[in-house]
Design a protein around this ligand. Structure first.
Ligand SMILES: Nc1ncnc2c1ncn2[C@@H]1O[C@H](COP(=O)(O)OP(=O)(O)OP(=O)(O)O)[C@@H](O)[C@H]1O
Ligand SMILES: [Mg+2]
Length: 360
């Protein structure tokens, strides 16, 4: 096992720079997810750790060793891709043993390694099958088996679950997490699915257009997003964001489009009259006589909760989640509010978080 230190890394393809100085420190044994929208540079960064792409500028170290000029096979990392690309003419056992054979490991040692990985992954009864005789989830497990037998210092996963259906994805997500708890191998896991990132990671790296927007434990990112990008990316349904300004006078409050007024906690982190964006998570909204007037547009009961999509007088969309079984009628007007301590504020010009007061 090893730590991974990514220091001010840049990457250009020809004249186009796609990573603009990325720094991430991954501790030994940590499970880190790289998350962000399509094209933000996740795979490129992962492939640079693996040695499949050259680093244009900056440095990557695995353990104590700077690996900028170390060949992929010398880096002691194992990568699992989205299209797991098993060899179709080889059995499960042969697929898993292949890299060991290339390394010149003895037959006995290779058999033992394959057996151990197969036991961990529940693949023992399938060892003599061919990939075409396996389900998608089983194939995915064989791909992980191939990585495990190599007993690498670092596992690298690039969207390994995106070819699976929703139910299997949830199951495999739990299996990979359990596997990590057992093996404790340093893992870097790329996904564009923020739920996957939240549920699996010790630490999330949120990327956007080739830069890191925020790094932290999942709940820290959820509770204290650094900026509007992270606020709207982490959390599903997304945080409600309303544009407006701090009231020029009177008690601390937010004034939004359509005459919305929302009381804020004192002291205010920004001067009166300044433009801000107000953020409220859907589950923090409650029915209240003094709240923001919202016209009900769509009501979606899921059984465990009721999700409401509404519109403010300023025409902005608002989503609220209730655990109680309210029955709303489309077209009716309700009032929603949130405790001042649960309200987020962002600078209306820079999008950066404004710290209201310490939360727990
Ligand atoms: N070989 C290449 N040549 C030129 N541009 C490339 C190459 N590989 C990637 N890019 C560009 O680099 C940027 C980052 O790509 P990358 O594959 O890392 O994104 P990603 O975050 O993994 O996206 P996705 O979620 O769609 O997989 C994109 O703009 C992409 O077009
Ligand atoms: Mg990718």
């Amino acid at each position: 096992m090893a730590s991974v230190a990514i220091g001010e890394v840049y990457k250009s393809f020809g004249t186009v720079e796609v990573l603009h100085g990325v720094s991430v420190n991954i501790d030994d044994g940590e499970f880190v997810t790289l998350v962000g929208p399509s094209g933000c540079g996740k795979s490129t960064l992962l492939r640079m750790i693996a040695g499949l792409e050259k680093i244009s500028r900056g440095q990557i170290a695995i353990g104590e060793r700077v690996v900028n000029n170390v060949a992929p096979k010398e880096r002691d990392v194992a990568m699992v891709f989205q299209n797991y690309a098993l060899y179709p003419h080889m059995t499960v056992a042969e697929n898993m043993a292949f890299s060991l054979m290339l390394k010149g490991v003895s037959k006995a040692e290779s058999d033992a390694g394959v057996r151990r990985a197969a036991e961990i992954l529940g693949l023992v009864p399938l060892l003599s099958r061919y990939p075409r005789q396996l389900s998608g989830g089983q194939r995915q497990r064989v791909a992980m088996g191939r990585a495990i037998v190599r007993d690498p210092q670092v596992f690298l996963f690039d969207e390994p679950l995106s070819n699976l259906d929703a139910k299997l994805r949830v199951q495999m997500r739990a299996e990979i997490k359990e596997l990590h708890q057992r093996l404790k191998t340093t893992t870097v896991y790329v996904t564009h699915d923020q739920i996957e990132a939240m549920t699996m990671a010790d630490k999330i790296v949120v990327m956007h257009d080739g830069v890191v927007e925020q790094i932290g434990p999942p709940l820290e990112l959820y509770d204290r997003p650094n900026n509007l990008f992270v606020a709207s990316f982490i959390g599903s349904p997304a945080m409600n964001l309303l544009k407006g300004a701090i009231a020029a006078d009177g008690p601390p409050s937010f004034l939004g489009a359509g005459g919305i007024s929302v009381p804020l906690a004192a002291p205010l982190p920004i001067g009166s009259g300044e433009p801000v964006v107000l953020g409220i998570r859907p589950e923090h909204l409650r029915l209240s006589d003094q709240g923001i007037p919202v016209t009900v547009v769509v009501v979606e009961p899921t059984g465990s909760e009721v999700q409401l999509i509404g519109r403010t007088a300023g025409g902005e969309e608002i989503v609220a989640n209730f655990r109680e079984r309210h029955s709303f009628t489309p077209g009716e007007t309700i009032r929603l509010s949130a405790e001042p301590g649960l309200i987020h504020l962002f600078n209306g010009e820079t999008g950066q978080r404004l710290e209201t007061r310490s939360r727990q």
